[in-house]
Design a binder for this molecule. Structure first.
Ligand SMILES: Cc1ncc(COP(=O)(O)O)c(C=O)c1O
Length: 482
Protein backbone atom coordinates (compact mmCIF):
# COMPACT_ATOMS: atom_id res chain seq x y z
CA UNK A 1 0.00 0.00 0.00
CA UNK A 2 1.48 3.31 -0.95
CA UNK A 3 0.98 6.39 1.22
CA UNK A 4 0.54 9.96 0.02
CA UNK A 5 3.21 11.11 -2.40
CA UNK A 6 6.18 12.79 -0.75
CA UNK A 7 7.60 15.97 -2.30
CA UNK A 8 10.67 14.21 -3.76
CA UNK A 9 8.99 11.03 -4.97
CA UNK A 10 8.88 12.13 -8.60
CA UNK A 11 12.48 13.17 -8.82
CA UNK A 12 13.55 9.97 -7.04
CA UNK A 13 11.61 7.87 -9.51
CA UNK A 14 13.07 9.77 -12.45
CA UNK A 15 16.58 9.33 -11.01
CA UNK A 16 16.08 5.58 -10.58
CA UNK A 17 14.73 5.28 -14.12
CA UNK A 18 17.63 7.18 -15.58
CA UNK A 19 20.00 4.99 -13.63
CA UNK A 20 18.36 1.86 -15.06
CA UNK A 21 18.62 3.31 -18.54
CA UNK A 22 22.34 3.96 -18.09
CA UNK A 23 22.86 0.50 -16.58
CA UNK A 24 21.05 -1.06 -19.54
CA UNK A 25 23.25 0.81 -22.00
CA UNK A 26 26.34 -0.15 -19.98
CA UNK A 27 25.30 -3.79 -20.19
CA UNK A 28 24.86 -3.44 -23.96
CA UNK A 29 28.38 -2.04 -24.18
CA UNK A 30 29.81 -5.00 -22.30
CA UNK A 31 27.90 -7.49 -24.46
CA UNK A 32 29.25 -5.90 -27.64
CA UNK A 33 32.87 -5.68 -26.58
CA UNK A 34 34.13 -8.30 -29.00
CA UNK A 35 33.98 -7.65 -32.74
CA UNK A 36 34.41 -3.88 -32.70
CA UNK A 37 37.74 -2.09 -33.23
CA UNK A 38 39.79 -2.03 -30.04
CA UNK A 39 40.90 1.56 -30.64
CA UNK A 40 39.02 3.85 -33.02
CA UNK A 41 41.58 5.22 -35.47
CA UNK A 42 41.33 7.47 -38.47
CA UNK A 43 40.16 10.94 -39.39
CA UNK A 44 36.54 9.88 -39.84
CA UNK A 45 36.35 8.76 -36.21
CA UNK A 46 37.76 12.07 -34.99
CA UNK A 47 35.37 13.98 -37.25
CA UNK A 48 32.34 12.00 -36.12
CA UNK A 49 33.27 12.54 -32.48
CA UNK A 50 33.69 16.29 -32.97
CA UNK A 51 30.40 16.59 -34.89
CA UNK A 52 28.41 14.71 -32.30
CA UNK A 53 29.90 16.69 -29.43
CA UNK A 54 29.17 19.95 -31.28
CA UNK A 55 25.47 19.06 -31.24
CA UNK A 56 25.42 19.85 -27.52
CA UNK A 57 25.52 23.39 -26.30
CA UNK A 58 25.82 25.01 -22.87
CA UNK A 59 22.97 27.36 -23.76
CA UNK A 60 20.62 24.65 -25.04
CA UNK A 61 20.27 22.07 -22.29
CA UNK A 62 18.68 18.74 -23.22
CA UNK A 63 16.74 16.20 -21.22
CA UNK A 64 18.77 13.80 -19.09
CA UNK A 65 17.46 10.89 -21.20
CA UNK A 66 18.69 12.51 -24.43
CA UNK A 67 22.09 13.20 -22.90
CA UNK A 68 22.52 9.71 -21.48
CA UNK A 69 21.45 8.08 -24.76
CA UNK A 70 23.84 10.27 -26.74
CA UNK A 71 26.64 9.57 -24.28
CA UNK A 72 26.03 5.83 -24.44
CA UNK A 73 26.14 6.03 -28.24
CA UNK A 74 29.42 7.94 -28.06
CA UNK A 75 30.91 5.28 -25.78
CA UNK A 76 29.68 2.51 -28.06
CA UNK A 77 31.27 4.10 -31.11
CA UNK A 78 34.35 5.81 -29.71
CA UNK A 79 35.49 4.32 -26.40
CA UNK A 80 38.82 2.53 -26.37
CA UNK A 81 37.90 -1.09 -25.68
CA UNK A 82 40.45 -1.61 -22.94
CA UNK A 83 38.17 -3.90 -20.92
CA UNK A 84 37.38 -6.61 -23.45
CA UNK A 85 40.56 -8.67 -23.25
CA UNK A 86 42.06 -7.54 -26.56
CA UNK A 87 43.91 -4.42 -25.42
CA UNK A 88 47.58 -4.86 -24.52
CA UNK A 89 48.80 -1.26 -24.55
CA UNK A 90 49.89 0.33 -21.29
CA UNK A 91 49.15 -1.39 -17.97
CA UNK A 92 45.56 -0.25 -17.73
CA UNK A 93 43.86 -3.36 -16.40
CA UNK A 94 40.24 -3.98 -17.35
CA UNK A 95 37.32 -4.20 -14.97
CA UNK A 96 36.74 -7.23 -12.80
CA UNK A 97 32.94 -7.77 -12.84
CA UNK A 98 32.44 -7.44 -9.07
CA UNK A 99 34.63 -4.34 -9.05
CA UNK A 100 32.55 -2.76 -11.78
CA UNK A 101 29.23 -3.55 -10.09
CA UNK A 102 30.52 -2.38 -6.70
CA UNK A 103 31.79 0.87 -8.16
CA UNK A 104 28.31 1.49 -9.56
CA UNK A 105 26.87 1.02 -6.07
CA UNK A 106 29.58 3.26 -4.64
CA UNK A 107 28.60 5.96 -7.16
CA UNK A 108 24.95 5.60 -6.19
CA UNK A 109 25.82 5.95 -2.50
CA UNK A 110 28.26 8.83 -3.21
CA UNK A 111 29.99 8.55 0.14
CA UNK A 112 32.62 11.07 1.13
CA UNK A 113 35.23 9.33 3.24
CA UNK A 114 37.34 12.26 4.46
CA UNK A 115 36.26 11.45 8.04
CA UNK A 116 34.66 8.31 9.48
CA UNK A 117 31.66 10.33 10.65
CA UNK A 118 30.90 11.12 7.01
CA UNK A 119 30.53 7.44 6.19
CA UNK A 120 30.90 4.85 8.94
CA UNK A 121 30.07 2.22 6.29
CA UNK A 122 32.80 3.22 3.85
CA UNK A 123 35.29 3.80 6.68
CA UNK A 124 34.76 0.30 8.06
CA UNK A 125 35.16 -1.18 4.56
CA UNK A 126 38.26 0.95 3.98
CA UNK A 127 39.94 -0.21 7.18
CA UNK A 128 39.29 -3.88 6.44
CA UNK A 129 40.32 -3.52 2.83
CA UNK A 130 43.64 -1.85 3.61
CA UNK A 131 44.53 -4.73 5.96
CA UNK A 132 43.76 -7.21 3.19
CA UNK A 133 45.91 -5.28 0.73
CA UNK A 134 48.91 -5.11 3.06
CA UNK A 135 48.58 -8.85 3.53
CA UNK A 136 48.28 -9.64 -0.20
CA UNK A 137 51.12 -7.31 -1.15
CA UNK A 138 53.40 -8.77 1.50
CA UNK A 139 53.82 -5.41 3.25
CA UNK A 140 54.14 -5.06 7.04
CA UNK A 141 50.78 -5.33 8.80
CA UNK A 142 51.90 -2.38 10.92
CA UNK A 143 52.24 -0.06 7.92
CA UNK A 144 49.74 2.75 7.39
CA UNK A 145 48.10 2.79 4.00
CA UNK A 146 45.55 4.99 2.33
CA UNK A 147 43.84 5.16 -1.01
CA UNK A 148 44.45 7.96 -3.49
CA UNK A 149 43.75 8.60 -7.15
CA UNK A 150 46.63 6.56 -8.54
CA UNK A 151 50.31 5.66 -8.28
CA UNK A 152 51.40 9.17 -9.34
CA UNK A 153 49.70 10.64 -6.30
CA UNK A 154 50.84 7.71 -4.17
CA UNK A 155 54.43 8.46 -5.24
CA UNK A 156 53.93 12.15 -4.48
CA UNK A 157 52.42 11.43 -1.07
CA UNK A 158 55.30 9.13 -0.16
CA UNK A 159 57.98 11.48 -1.49
CA UNK A 160 56.67 14.49 0.43
CA UNK A 161 56.40 12.36 3.56
CA UNK A 162 59.95 11.07 3.07
CA UNK A 163 61.26 14.60 2.51
CA UNK A 164 59.74 15.82 5.77
CA UNK A 165 60.95 12.78 7.71
CA UNK A 166 64.51 13.08 6.35
CA UNK A 167 64.61 16.79 7.13
CA UNK A 168 63.18 16.14 10.60
CA UNK A 169 66.02 13.67 11.15
CA UNK A 170 68.36 16.55 10.27
CA UNK A 171 66.62 18.76 12.87
CA UNK A 172 64.58 20.71 10.39
CA UNK A 173 60.81 20.96 10.78
CA UNK A 174 59.25 21.77 7.42
CA UNK A 175 55.87 22.46 9.03
CA UNK A 176 57.27 25.52 10.83
CA UNK A 177 60.31 26.47 8.80
CA UNK A 178 59.24 25.61 5.27
CA UNK A 179 61.83 24.61 2.73
CA UNK A 180 63.88 27.79 2.19
CA UNK A 181 67.27 27.27 3.82
CA UNK A 182 66.58 23.61 4.65
CA UNK A 183 69.49 21.13 4.70
CA UNK A 184 70.06 19.71 1.25
CA UNK A 185 68.49 16.40 0.36
CA UNK A 186 69.68 13.99 -2.31
CA UNK A 187 67.48 11.60 -4.23
CA UNK A 188 69.12 8.49 -5.64
CA UNK A 189 66.78 7.12 -8.25
CA UNK A 190 66.82 4.28 -10.71
CA UNK A 191 68.15 5.45 -14.06
CA UNK A 192 64.90 3.87 -15.25
CA UNK A 193 62.69 5.74 -12.77
CA UNK A 194 59.08 6.21 -13.84
CA UNK A 195 58.25 9.76 -14.90
CA UNK A 196 55.56 10.06 -12.23
CA UNK A 197 58.18 9.58 -9.50
CA UNK A 198 60.36 12.23 -11.13
CA UNK A 199 57.39 14.57 -11.12
CA UNK A 200 56.80 13.76 -7.45
CA UNK A 201 60.39 14.75 -6.65
CA UNK A 202 60.02 17.99 -8.57
CA UNK A 203 56.78 18.86 -6.78
CA UNK A 204 58.42 18.05 -3.45
CA UNK A 205 61.12 20.63 -4.18
CA UNK A 206 63.82 18.10 -5.02
CA UNK A 207 65.10 19.34 -8.38
CA UNK A 208 67.23 17.53 -10.91
CA UNK A 209 70.43 19.07 -9.48
CA UNK A 210 69.80 16.98 -6.33
CA UNK A 211 68.92 13.78 -8.18
CA UNK A 212 71.54 11.12 -8.85
CA UNK A 213 70.72 8.27 -11.24
CA UNK A 214 71.62 4.75 -10.11
CA UNK A 215 72.91 2.64 -13.02
CA UNK A 216 70.73 -0.28 -14.11
CA UNK A 217 71.38 -3.65 -15.72
CA UNK A 218 70.12 -4.90 -19.09
CA UNK A 219 66.68 -5.59 -17.63
CA UNK A 220 66.33 -2.13 -16.11
CA UNK A 221 67.05 -3.13 -12.48
CA UNK A 222 69.24 -0.98 -10.23
CA UNK A 223 72.73 -2.48 -10.06
CA UNK A 224 73.44 -2.51 -6.29
CA UNK A 225 77.18 -2.81 -6.88
CA UNK A 226 77.08 0.56 -8.62
CA UNK A 227 74.68 2.31 -6.23
CA UNK A 228 75.92 5.91 -5.84
CA UNK A 229 77.40 6.61 -2.39
CA UNK A 230 75.17 8.14 0.28
CA UNK A 231 76.18 11.65 1.25
CA UNK A 232 73.77 13.30 3.69
CA UNK A 233 70.01 12.77 4.02
CA UNK A 234 68.94 10.69 1.05
CA UNK A 235 65.75 9.43 -0.51
CA UNK A 236 66.26 6.31 -2.62
CA UNK A 237 63.51 5.72 -5.18
CA UNK A 238 63.29 2.16 -6.48
CA UNK A 239 60.72 0.35 -8.53
CA UNK A 240 58.91 -2.95 -8.46
CA UNK A 241 57.94 -3.37 -12.08
CA UNK A 242 59.94 -1.46 -14.66
CA UNK A 243 57.38 0.18 -16.92
CA UNK A 244 58.97 -1.46 -19.99
CA UNK A 245 60.35 -4.81 -18.87
CA UNK A 246 58.43 -5.48 -15.65
CA UNK A 247 61.66 -6.29 -13.83
CA UNK A 248 62.02 -5.43 -10.14
CA UNK A 249 64.86 -3.58 -8.41
CA UNK A 250 66.71 -5.61 -5.74
CA UNK A 251 65.11 -3.58 -2.97
CA UNK A 252 66.25 -5.82 -0.10
CA UNK A 253 69.90 -5.56 -1.19
CA UNK A 254 69.51 -1.81 -1.59
CA UNK A 255 68.06 -1.52 1.93
CA UNK A 256 71.05 -3.50 3.26
CA UNK A 257 73.48 -1.33 1.34
CA UNK A 258 72.08 2.00 2.54
CA UNK A 259 71.79 0.70 6.12
CA UNK A 260 75.59 1.03 6.29
CA UNK A 261 75.25 4.80 6.01
CA UNK A 262 75.23 7.05 9.08
CA UNK A 263 73.06 9.61 7.26
CA UNK A 264 69.26 9.31 7.36
CA UNK A 265 68.01 7.33 4.35
CA UNK A 266 64.47 6.58 3.20
CA UNK A 267 63.80 3.89 0.61
CA UNK A 268 60.64 4.23 -1.47
CA UNK A 269 59.25 1.63 -3.88
CA UNK A 270 57.13 2.59 -6.88
CA UNK A 271 55.24 -0.65 -7.33
CA UNK A 272 52.37 0.66 -9.46
CA UNK A 273 51.83 -2.76 -10.98
CA UNK A 274 54.86 -4.91 -10.07
CA UNK A 275 54.08 -5.03 -6.36
CA UNK A 276 51.20 -7.33 -7.27
CA UNK A 277 53.72 -10.11 -7.93
CA UNK A 278 53.59 -10.56 -4.14
CA UNK A 279 49.98 -11.75 -4.42
CA UNK A 280 51.11 -14.87 -6.29
CA UNK A 281 52.91 -17.50 -4.19
CA UNK A 282 54.74 -18.57 -7.34
CA UNK A 283 56.00 -15.07 -8.07
CA UNK A 284 56.39 -13.50 -4.64
CA UNK A 285 60.12 -14.20 -4.79
CA UNK A 286 60.37 -11.51 -7.48
CA UNK A 287 59.60 -8.85 -4.88
CA UNK A 288 61.49 -10.40 -1.97
CA UNK A 289 62.87 -7.67 0.26
CA UNK A 290 60.47 -5.00 -1.00
CA UNK A 291 58.67 -5.20 2.35
CA UNK A 292 61.76 -3.77 4.09
CA UNK A 293 61.41 -0.36 2.39
CA UNK A 294 59.99 2.72 4.12
CA UNK A 295 57.15 3.45 1.72
CA UNK A 296 55.35 2.01 -1.27
CA UNK A 297 53.07 3.19 -4.06
CA UNK A 298 50.78 0.94 -6.02
CA UNK A 299 47.58 0.89 -8.03
CA UNK A 300 44.43 -1.15 -7.76
CA UNK A 301 43.15 0.23 -11.07
CA UNK A 302 45.92 -1.55 -12.95
CA UNK A 303 46.48 -5.19 -12.12
CA UNK A 304 43.60 -5.68 -9.68
CA UNK A 305 41.23 -4.57 -12.46
CA UNK A 306 39.25 -2.10 -10.37
CA UNK A 307 37.86 0.90 -12.30
CA UNK A 308 40.05 3.99 -12.52
CA UNK A 309 40.97 6.40 -9.74
CA UNK A 310 42.31 3.85 -7.31
CA UNK A 311 45.90 4.04 -6.06
CA UNK A 312 47.37 3.17 -2.69
CA UNK A 313 50.22 4.65 -0.68
CA UNK A 314 51.69 2.80 2.30
CA UNK A 315 54.22 4.05 4.81
CA UNK A 316 56.02 1.73 7.23
CA UNK A 317 55.87 4.22 10.09
CA UNK A 318 52.51 5.91 9.78
CA UNK A 319 53.52 8.68 12.18
CA UNK A 320 55.50 10.24 9.34
CA UNK A 321 52.51 10.16 7.00
CA UNK A 322 50.30 11.80 9.63
CA UNK A 323 52.95 14.40 10.47
CA UNK A 324 53.03 15.51 6.84
CA UNK A 325 49.37 15.15 5.88
CA UNK A 326 47.30 15.91 8.98
CA UNK A 327 45.45 19.18 9.09
CA UNK A 328 42.50 20.12 11.26
CA UNK A 329 39.77 22.60 12.05
CA UNK A 330 37.19 22.78 14.81
CA UNK A 331 34.26 22.05 12.48
CA UNK A 332 35.81 18.78 11.39
CA UNK A 333 35.77 17.31 14.89
CA UNK A 334 38.28 14.61 13.99
CA UNK A 335 39.73 12.78 16.95
CA UNK A 336 43.23 11.49 17.70
CA UNK A 337 43.73 7.83 17.09
CA UNK A 338 40.78 7.52 14.70
CA UNK A 339 41.68 6.61 11.12
CA UNK A 340 40.67 9.67 9.09
CA UNK A 341 41.69 9.58 5.46
CA UNK A 342 41.99 13.36 5.17
CA UNK A 343 44.94 13.07 7.59
CA UNK A 344 46.58 10.30 5.58
CA UNK A 345 46.75 11.85 2.15
CA UNK A 346 46.49 14.91 -0.06
CA UNK A 347 42.73 14.98 -0.43
CA UNK A 348 40.04 16.06 1.97
CA UNK A 349 36.80 15.13 0.21
CA UNK A 350 37.34 11.83 -1.53
CA UNK A 351 35.35 8.93 -2.90
CA UNK A 352 35.21 5.65 -1.01
CA UNK A 353 37.80 4.02 -3.25
CA UNK A 354 37.95 0.98 -1.00
CA UNK A 355 34.43 -0.15 -1.90
CA UNK A 356 35.19 -1.72 -5.31
CA UNK A 357 38.54 -2.97 -4.02
CA UNK A 358 36.93 -4.66 -1.01
CA UNK A 359 34.25 -6.22 -3.24
CA UNK A 360 36.87 -7.51 -5.70
CA UNK A 361 39.00 -9.03 -2.97
CA UNK A 362 35.94 -10.51 -1.26
CA UNK A 363 34.89 -12.11 -4.55
CA UNK A 364 38.28 -13.29 -5.83
CA UNK A 365 39.82 -14.19 -2.50
CA UNK A 366 43.53 -14.76 -2.03
CA UNK A 367 43.62 -17.53 -4.62
CA UNK A 368 41.65 -15.58 -7.17
CA UNK A 369 44.03 -12.63 -7.02
CA UNK A 370 47.00 -14.99 -7.33
CA UNK A 371 45.36 -16.61 -10.36
CA UNK A 372 44.77 -13.21 -11.94
CA UNK A 373 48.44 -12.29 -11.52
CA UNK A 374 49.63 -15.68 -12.72
CA UNK A 375 47.33 -15.72 -15.72
CA UNK A 376 48.56 -12.33 -16.94
CA UNK A 377 52.18 -13.44 -16.52
CA UNK A 378 51.53 -16.73 -18.31
CA UNK A 379 49.81 -14.90 -21.15
CA UNK A 380 52.76 -12.52 -21.46
CA UNK A 381 55.06 -15.54 -21.71
CA UNK A 382 52.75 -17.00 -24.36
CA UNK A 383 53.01 -13.81 -26.44
CA UNK A 384 56.81 -13.87 -26.11
CA UNK A 385 57.14 -17.55 -27.02
CA UNK A 386 55.22 -17.22 -30.30
CA UNK A 387 56.84 -13.95 -31.30
CA UNK A 388 60.26 -15.39 -30.56
CA UNK A 389 59.45 -18.53 -32.53
CA UNK A 390 58.43 -16.34 -35.48
CA UNK A 391 61.84 -14.66 -35.45
CA UNK A 392 61.11 -11.43 -33.56
CA UNK A 393 63.52 -10.39 -30.80
CA UNK A 394 62.33 -10.36 -27.20
CA UNK A 395 64.43 -7.59 -25.67
CA UNK A 396 64.25 -8.63 -22.01
CA UNK A 397 63.38 -11.92 -20.32
CA UNK A 398 59.66 -11.97 -19.50
CA UNK A 399 59.26 -12.23 -15.73
CA UNK A 400 55.96 -10.50 -15.20
CA UNK A 401 53.24 -9.15 -17.49
CA UNK A 402 55.45 -7.11 -19.83
CA UNK A 403 56.87 -8.11 -23.21
CA UNK A 404 59.26 -5.93 -25.22
CA UNK A 405 59.64 -7.02 -28.80
CA UNK A 406 61.63 -5.69 -31.74
CA UNK A 407 61.21 -6.64 -35.38
CA UNK A 408 64.77 -6.14 -36.48
CA UNK A 409 68.09 -4.50 -35.57
CA UNK A 410 69.35 -1.04 -36.45
CA UNK A 411 67.50 1.83 -38.06
CA UNK A 412 65.70 -0.48 -40.50
CA UNK A 413 64.55 -2.67 -37.60
CA UNK A 414 63.32 0.39 -35.73
CA UNK A 415 61.33 1.48 -38.78
CA UNK A 416 59.85 -2.01 -39.14
CA UNK A 417 58.91 -2.10 -35.46
CA UNK A 418 57.14 1.26 -35.72
CA UNK A 419 55.39 0.18 -38.90
CA UNK A 420 54.16 -3.01 -37.25
CA UNK A 421 52.86 -1.08 -34.22
CA UNK A 422 51.03 1.28 -36.56
CA UNK A 423 49.57 -1.49 -38.72
CA UNK A 424 48.39 -3.41 -35.65
CA UNK A 425 46.60 -0.30 -34.37
CA UNK A 426 44.92 0.17 -37.75
CA UNK A 427 43.84 -3.46 -37.83
CA UNK A 428 41.43 -2.79 -34.96
CA UNK A 429 41.99 -6.33 -33.71
CA UNK A 430 44.23 -5.40 -30.82
CA UNK A 431 46.39 -2.51 -29.62
CA UNK A 432 49.95 -2.29 -28.33
CA UNK A 433 52.09 0.78 -27.84
CA UNK A 434 55.70 1.55 -28.71
CA UNK A 435 58.70 2.52 -26.64
CA UNK A 436 62.43 2.93 -26.90
CA UNK A 437 64.39 0.41 -24.89
CA UNK A 438 68.11 0.94 -24.45
CA UNK A 439 68.37 2.74 -27.77
CA UNK A 440 66.12 0.43 -29.73
CA UNK A 441 62.49 0.84 -30.81
CA UNK A 442 60.23 -1.81 -29.34
CA UNK A 443 56.62 -2.86 -29.27
CA UNK A 444 55.50 -2.86 -25.65
CA UNK A 445 52.95 -5.52 -24.77
CA UNK A 446 51.30 -5.35 -21.35
CA UNK A 447 48.92 -8.03 -20.13
CA UNK A 448 46.77 -6.77 -17.29
CA UNK A 449 43.12 -7.15 -18.30
CA UNK A 450 41.24 -9.86 -16.41
CA UNK A 451 39.23 -10.50 -19.58
CA UNK A 452 42.30 -11.50 -21.60
CA UNK A 453 42.63 -15.20 -22.30
CA UNK A 454 44.66 -17.50 -24.50
CA UNK A 455 42.34 -17.03 -27.47
CA UNK A 456 42.67 -13.23 -27.20
CA UNK A 457 46.44 -13.47 -26.95
CA UNK A 458 46.64 -15.84 -29.91
CA UNK A 459 44.41 -13.58 -32.01
CA UNK A 460 46.52 -10.56 -31.02
CA UNK A 461 49.72 -12.42 -31.87
CA UNK A 462 48.21 -13.33 -35.26
CA UNK A 463 47.47 -9.64 -35.83
CA UNK A 464 51.06 -8.69 -34.96
CA UNK A 465 52.59 -11.38 -37.13
CA UNK A 466 50.16 -10.51 -39.95
CA UNK A 467 51.19 -6.85 -39.74
CA UNK A 468 54.85 -7.83 -39.76
CA UNK A 469 54.28 -9.97 -42.83
CA UNK A 470 52.38 -7.11 -44.47
CA UNK A 471 55.33 -4.80 -43.92
CA UNK A 472 58.03 -7.20 -44.97
CA UNK A 473 56.26 -8.96 -47.82
CA UNK A 474 53.98 -6.26 -49.16
CA UNK A 475 50.27 -5.69 -48.61
CA UNK A 476 48.44 -8.49 -46.84
CA UNK A 477 45.05 -7.06 -46.05
CA UNK A 478 43.82 -10.10 -44.16
CA UNK A 479 44.57 -8.49 -40.82
CA UNK A 480 42.75 -5.26 -41.50
CA UNK A 481 39.21 -4.81 -40.21
CA UNK A 482 37.51 -2.84 -42.99
C1 LIG B 1 55.78 2.14 -12.59
C2 LIG B 1 54.68 3.17 -12.61
N1 LIG B 1 54.64 4.12 -11.67
C3 LIG B 1 53.67 5.04 -11.64
C4 LIG B 1 52.70 5.08 -12.59
C5 LIG B 1 51.65 6.15 -12.54
O1 LIG B 1 50.44 5.57 -12.15
P1 LIG B 1 49.05 6.31 -12.32
O2 LIG B 1 48.85 6.42 -13.79
O3 LIG B 1 48.09 5.42 -11.65
O4 LIG B 1 49.16 7.64 -11.68
C6 LIG B 1 52.68 4.12 -13.60
C7 LIG B 1 51.66 4.18 -14.65
O5 LIG B 1 51.80 3.72 -15.74
C8 LIG B 1 53.69 3.12 -13.61
O6 LIG B 1 53.71 2.16 -14.53
Amino acid sequence: MSGPAEPNDRSRTAKAELFRRAAERGADYIAAERGVPVVPVGAEHAMDLATRLAAFDLDRPRSSETVIDALADLGRDHAVRSTGGRYFGFVTGGTEPTALAASVLASVWDQNIALPVMSPLASAIDERCVDWLLDLLGLPATATASFCSGASVANLTAVITARDALLAAADWDTATRGLAGAPSLTAIVSAEIHVSALKALRLAGIGTDSIVAAPVDGCGRIDVERLPPIDGPTLVVTQAGNVNTGHVDPVGAIVDEVAESTAPVWVHVDGAFGLWAAASPGRRHLVDGVERADSWATDCHKWLNVPYDCGLVAVADGRHLRATMATDAAYLGSSEGVRSLMHLGLQMSQPARAIPVWATLAALGRNGVAELVDRCCDLAARFAARLDEAGATILAPVVLNQVLVSFGPGAAGDATTDAVIDAVARSGRTWMGGTTWQGRRAMRISVSDIASDEAAVDAATDAVLGAWAEFTRGPDRKNIVE
